[in-house]
Structure formats: C-alpha cells, structure tokens
Design a binder for this molecule. Sequence first.
Ligand SMILES: C[S@@+](CC[C@H](N)C(=O)[O-])C[C@H]1O[C@@H](n2cnc3c(N)ncnc32)[C@H](O)[C@@H]1O
Length: 282
Amino acid sequence: MTLALPPVGYDPALERLEIELLLEGVFRHYGFDFRSYAYASLRRRVWKRIEAEGLSTVSALQERVLHDPDVMNQLLLDLSVNVTAMFRDPSFHAAFRRLVVPVLRTYPFIRVWHAGCSTGEEVYSMAIILEEEGLYERARIYATDINEIVLQQAKAGIFPLNRMQEYTENYIRAGGTRSFSEYYTAKYDGALFSPALLRNVVFAQHNLVTDRSFSEFNVILCRNVLIYFDKELQQRVHGLFYDSLATFGVLCLGSKESLKFSKYEDCFEVLSQTDKIYRKVK
Ligand SMILES: C[S@@+](CC[C@H](N)C(=O)[O-])C[C@H]1O[C@@H](n2cnc3c(N)ncnc32)[C@H](O)[C@@H]1O
C-alpha cells in the first residue's frame, strides 16, 4: 500500500480530532466501529481514501462518507485490510496438524470459527487440512468477516492463478501430501477451488467489535486481525473468544499477535509460542 500522509502543516491535534469525529460518524450512521483501531495504521488508510477521493481534509471525507454509502464501502475496504494467503505462515499450519489435529481426532464433532476470514484463503486451507486428516465430515466451519464484499469473494472460491506457485510451496511446507493442483481447476487467470471444500462451511457477516459470540467452538482462528486493534479492544475480543470456546478449545492468533499481558493469559496454556496456538484450560 502507498503511504498516504496529510499535507505539510496539517495540525496533528486537529487531524486527530477530525479522525475521531469521522469514526464516530461512521459508527453512529453505519454501525461500523473503528474507534478503537490502532491509530497509526488507521490514519494512513484514512489519508489514502482522502487522496483517492481528490479531497484535502478529513472533514471533507467525513461529509462525503456520511452522504454517500458507496464512499463508505470504499472506506470500509481501506480500513479493513484484506491481505491474506493460502497456508499463510506454513509453519503455523504444520504445527496445527502436529499439535491440534490429534486432539480433534478424539472429538465426535468439531466446530471451527474463522474470525476475520477475509477472502477465504484461510478457510480453504483449513478445509484441505481437515479433509486430508479424515476429519472434514465431522467438522462445521463458520467463517466470518466484518466486510460483506470479501465474504462474497470467499464463497466464489476463485483465487489468482499467479499465486498458485506460492500456495503450492506453502501447502507442501505446511505438511500437505497430495498434489495441490487436485484442489482447483484453472479458469482464465483464476484458480477455481473445488466447491466440495465448502460443503460444511457457513459464511456470515460478523463484527468482532459490536457483535456477540454465537456458539461453543473447539477451534477459533483469528489471525492477523487483532493487530489492527488497540490494546483495550484486543483484550475485549480475547474475552469474546474465551466465552466462545469450549473447555480445552484452541485459539490460534497471527504471528505478531499474542495473549501476553492480556487478562485472559492465565486462562490459556501455550501449545506453541512461535505459532501462537493456545488452549483454554480454565
Ligand atoms: C489482514 S486480514 C486477515 C485474513 C486472514 N485471517 C489471514 O490471516 O490471512 C484482516 C481481516 O479482518 C477483518 N476485520 C477487520 N475488522 C474486523 C472486525 N471488527 N470484525 C470482523 N472482521 C474484521 C477484515 O475485514 C479483514 O478481512
């Protein structure tokens, strides 16, 4: 992403006030709550949208966003950072096979929640692992995101063909044993993933900031989402995950995220510090 910044001489205190007012307006008018997202990254993304709209102040963007839902949708895409990949961090996926799959084998029924699943690459990766481990039939995967547009893409299951080389390497490093190309068919410049991988998947819009939990899960994956939240909001969401996990349920975070210094830290044991895999123990 290009680094967008305010014009030279823009008063930082005024800028902060305007950004707070913009986020307050977005929340009160549209219900999307970005008020506790980490400021530095949020600020860059707001300026990116200001530039793209040909504007020069945050207040001008606020005016446009509040009166034009299309601009709100654009801002939502900017703020929600949808970068993702299949078998992202292969070592995490290998650790999942090694440490979590044996536990899941002992369950008659497995409920998995991908919170902040973006365009679904993470969900297809998990479906492939569960399929290969013979656990897919007893699994239900709930895949949620704040952003309806990425969920539509996830359901379609078409990913750029030019990323298949990278994904094949990730798949092998993650412990995959088949030929990765079994899972998709090439169509023009897209790779269409087998719709059968979605037979036990439910996609739904869910906002981690404002919505409640909807079930008892054996596994929750929320990777590379909390990094955009401030400490207080991260902790609130840790609480949401704690409440949503069954006893001995597993929580998987992104490589730059952790439960360290969270008040929920003691409720979990660490299964892998490097790969950020935790198990609820009390
Ligand atoms: C960087 S992507 C991570 C995707 C995937 N989990 C991964 O690790 O590759 C972050 C996702 O979190 C979603 N997100 C951001 N804020 C959210 C919120 N409040 N509730 C639910 N999802 C949110 C974004 O829409 C985006 O799709």
